[in-house]
Design a protein around this ligand. Sequence first.
Ligand code: SF4
Length: 350
Amino acid sequence: MNTTVAAADMERAIRARKTELGDRLVILTHHYQRPEIVALGDLRGDSYELSKLAAQTAAEWIMFCGVHFMAQAAAVLARPEQRVVLPNHDAGCPMADMAAAPDVNRALDDIARLQPGRRVVPLAYMNTLAEVKAVVGERGGAICTSSNARQAFDWAYQRGDVVLFVPDEYLGRNTARQQGLNEEEIALYDPQRGALGGCSERELASARLVLWGGYCHVHTWFRPEQVDEARRLWPGCQVHVHPECRTEVVARADGAGSTGYLVRMVEQAGPGSTVIVGTEFNLVRRLALEHPDRRVLPLDRSLCPNMARTTTRHLLNALSRLPGLAPIAVDEAQQRGARLALERMLEIGG
Ligand code: SF4
């Protein structure tokens, strides 16, 4: 079969099904989704924007075109009558899988034991499993995203003395720099490195910030030399990167921020300008197409294979199976803690 015709047929079938379901359905798409998926969605954004939108929508079915942890968070925030579905259940996030609830609990206990009398506040990035969000909520912490990490750090230090930040080392380190913390105040905890996450007792006893040893391979792909090379090739260009990038990359860029920030920087750059963007390639390619009067280039071509797992075929298949399709389920025991942590994130704002 001609694949172009097949794609056009699928798109038509998706649009017809959307019309049939009307207000009962909303399709949320993350910025990193394939262009054809974004074009079929109703609302798009970063994980923070989408979690707020998911909490506000009146739709009965929330079709979440993103990865598993995002759909889980939407399911936690959804009203009891709403159902959240993920078109492809194989779309996970390797970074979210780098932190498991028992390990996070152990890290919090280790810090508390070595810093008696001091209050430890856990902060988890949105990119965590619901079981980790539940631990964070139950132990007085909050969730944050790259949009509001700084505000979340302020919130945490107003309530405690030590912060455990899970799971992205680089977002944590880049935020810590903005907060004026120095390297001696930071410990790196990685359960793969053995007891105390590979820290010495002294390190863990004196840390004001304990970072988890997790990372996003899509963003750690970028190197500082690529920023130098972009400036050499495009004199006068602006370079904006995501804060999941290495600190050396962020240090050489003009600015770092969430996908929402990166979109704004391209919009504000003005006609004739050159903007180099260090984040997932699908977003950069779309920004380039949407702004033909300026040059928008990727720092390098780095794709998230998990975001790409959602195809129009998956979307059509999921839509065709509604209302019989199994929604994303979050363990009842985890719901309460995860909801607490997510509601604190929405209160923190950003
Ligand atoms: S871009 Fe990175 S953090 Fe986002 S889903 Fe892909 S692997 Fe996970």
